[in-house]
Design a protein around this ligand. Sequence first.
Ligand code: HEC
Ligand code: HEC
Ligand code: HEC
Ligand code: HEC
Length: 372
Amino acid sequence: MQSARVVALALLVLLTACHRTQSVQRGYRGQNSVEIFSEKTLLQQDEVNQYPKPIRAASPNGPTAAESYQNVHVLGDLSRQQFVRTMLSIKAWVAPEAGCNYCHNAPDYTNDDKYTKRVAREMLRMTRHINTDWTAHVGKTGVTCYTCHRGQAVPAKTWYSAPDRAVDGLMVTRASQRLPTPSSANTVLPVHALDDYLLNDDNVRVVGPTALQSGNRRSISQARDTYGLMMVMSESLGVNCTFCHYTPAFYSWQNSTPQRATAWYGIRMVRDLNNTVMVPLTGLLPPERLGPTGDVPKIYCATCHRGTSKPLYGAPMLKDYPELVRPAAAQATAAGDAPTATPMPTPAATSTPTSTTSNVSPTGAAGPDAGS
Ligand code: HEC
Ligand code: HEC
Ligand code: HEC
Ligand code: HEC
């Protein structure tokens, strides 16, 4: 009896030593929403998620970049010193080895011949757009080029639309393809979930607003797609479903964590970036950068998050790089097409099924076939 207990104890010690985990209580107490993290994974993430020391801040005073240079379309409002600081930073963030000439034909810095410079100009616009108009997602933390690029010209985490495949002479559509790919978190879930939800604005929904009998259009395939997206989101952030959901009722906003609302804005932000920034780059990027269907590389949660719930563990990008926010004057003029100009709907208002009880007892609902 005694020795059995000792063996059991030794086994327990051994097991915990093999695979150390940390658990964090999430959600309201009593819900048993616990996140479990593996320490090994956390350590591996540490390497990619180190934030480089910011370059010394530059004075906002003195002549502006617009006054100092000839061909500046985005950063004209910066002081000359801030502009130079920004160039030095983007070199370190995007092209540390190739240097200024990854984008420039030095000594003629005005020259726009290299596509990389023209893409970089759109990227500057995009970064300011994220930091100015998408604070509902990025908060005061914000992003820099480094958030996605991490010292490489091509960010490590992007996705392409999967091509239809020919199998034994038959065309198999993407909808029926069952191959584990990164865009379905290496599961056999559908590979087009990201097309549906992060490029198009299909409804992310499993629970319908009404009972099946009264015209619930939610199909099995939609449920599969939703789970595909959810797996990709969880993997991108390095978290489990409980980071956002109360698992006995996935749809319930009342019982979700605040992070689920942040994620809801994240989905809308990614759609916006893919449609307004990435897709228009199709003609600008060289063929070798395009995907199997000739589409541009696209953004998803992992592009910024890289396995952490806050990119770079929440390093304060905006505090260190005020250059990457649109100036107040430009914000006023651009307000017409900024996403925040039209009041952003709240997640609960658009996504909560109006009647959840009808799902629980579909027979109770007076649908069209109720009498038959
Ligand atoms: C990743 C691409 C990229 C890298 C690397 C880069 N630049 Fe630039 N540079 C740009 C873009 C884009 C503009 C135009 C900005 C705008 O339109 O607001 C620009 C503009 C300039 C201009 C203004 C030229 C003019 O008169 O119009 C100067 C000067 C300049 N860069 C210097 C540098 C220096 C020096 C380096 C290296 C330390 C560097 N850049 C690295 C993309 C880059
Ligand atoms: C939200 C993520 C994100 C941010 C932030 C971002 N980029 Fe990019 N960038 C991308 C993606 C995605 C691509 C396309 C990569 C590919 O071709 O596979 C790209 C491509 C580029 C390219 C073309 C590289 C090549 O060799 O084809 C340049 C240059 C570039 N970005 C510069 C910048 C600069 C400068 C900033 C900051 C002002 C920036 N990016 C911020 C996601 C981002
Ligand atoms: C980072 C936060 C986050 C994580 C992690 C997450 N979800 Fe979600 N989930 C959401 C958001 C936000 C929505 C609503 C999306 C929308 O309406 O655009 C949602 C919607 C859903 C729905 C549809 C609910 C309905 O109304 O029909 C299901 C089911 C779901 N998630 C399951 C899961 C599962 C299973 C996991 C784990 C594999 C998971 N989620 C992980 C944020 C998350
Ligand atoms: C352009 C970069 C970027 C992309 C793309 C992005 N996020 Fe984020 N996300 C951030 C930043 C920055 C923060 C930190 C915000 C803060 O500190 O308030 C954040 C925070 C979050 C949080 C809150 C985490 C916490 O610990 O409170 C969630 C949840 C989240 N993101 C989910 C998502 C999901 C889901 C997607 C994809 C649909 C996504 N994000 C895409 C930049 C991004």
